[in-house]
Design a protein around this ligand. Structure first.
Ligand SMILES: O=C(O)C(=O)C[C@H](O)C(=O)CO
Ligand SMILES: [Zn+2]
Length: 276
């Protein structure tokens, strides 16, 4: 498991392109027949990917966690961005179609990822956060999730924001997770931008063609930087950073937050005139 340390926004101002990518861009989550994880010191969130092709894959316990099993003191959100598959939790199997989300609470010992077909494997994006209480395993799909229609055609940001794991949906200790899908010919997400100092956030961009890119904006509002992001790469957004993107085509992304407050409502909007 790779470990990413946290950054002070004052230091961040000096970072080169290479350093920004090294610290905040998460690539190569999805290797064939691999489970890959990245531990961030931002609210101790772990990002991961599981891509079972020829065999099923167990969620093993990285030595660095110093526990007997992965979910001993953690909870986990799983979203399938690939073909049909399943996730088994202590022997109970959950079929996972594309864009379905499974929440697995603290205390479950065995988690196994599998694909229905190696020609069109499932691809599981994982987000795990520390947990103090055991909430039940639950699954949700796009039809069942709370959906919000956001943006306007004139601002090129018409999109549907689905909330999966949140206070009025699947219950968790601190993980909040959902998916935002941009409509065709719409490229902007999360502009006007916002901050939420009580929570970090991570975005996994997907559904981009090989040549398409998202220009992701980060940093304090008066000192922004950018990352050029490819399909199925994630970006870590510290609590002091805006997180907004503009694509060369439309795309979708999975957002996940963790930290102190379990709400969307404590976000601070950033005025356009404050962006630099
Ligand atoms: O499209 C959007 O806007 C988002 O998806 C915003 C994220 O959900 C977010 O940043 C929540 O804090
Ligand atoms: Zn946010």
């Amino acid at each position: 498991m790779e470990i990413r340390h946290a950054t002070n926004p004052e230091d961040f101002k000096q970072y080169s392109t290479e350093r920004i990518r090294k610290d905040f861009l998460v690539s190569d989550l999805f290797g064939e027949d691999e489970v890959n994880t990245v531990y961030t010191h931002y609210d101790r969130v772990i990002l991961g990917g599981a891509l079972p092709v020829e065999k099923s894959l167990e969620l093993t316990t990285p030595v660095a966690l110093k526990v007997d099993y992965f979910l001993e003191r953690r909870e986990l959100g799983v979203v399938n961005i690939g073909g049909l598959g399943s996730v088994s939790v202590d022997g109970q199997r959950y079929e996972m179609a594309a864009r379905e989300c499974l929440y697995i609470g603290k205390g479950h010992k065995d988690v196994v990822f599998a694909s229905r077909s190696s020609d069109e494997p499932a691809k599981f994006y994982l987000v795990s956060t520390p947990a103090h209480q055991a909430y039940p395993v639950q699954k949700v799909n796009l039809q069942q999730a709370q959906a919000y229609e956001l943006g306007t055609a004139s601002e090129s940001n018409e999109r549907t924001l689905y909330r999966f794991i949140h206070a009025e949906g699947i219950q968790s200790c601190q993980l909040m997770l959902g998916m935002t899908v941009l409509k065709p010919n719409n490229m902007w997400n999360t502009m006007p931008a916002h901050l939420h100092d009580r929570r970090m956030e991570a975005y996994l961009y997907f559904n981009l063609s090989d040549k398409a890119r998202v220009i992701h904006l980060m940093g304090e509002p008066h000192e922004t930087r950018h990352l050029i992001i490819q399909n199925e790469q994630a970006v870590i957004s510290p609590s002091w950073s805006i997180h907004s993107g503009m694509g060369t085509s439309n795309y979708a992304f999975i957002w996940a937050m963790a930290g102190e407050n379990y709400t969307f409502e404590d976000m601070d909007a950033v005025a356009m005139e404050d962006l630099r």
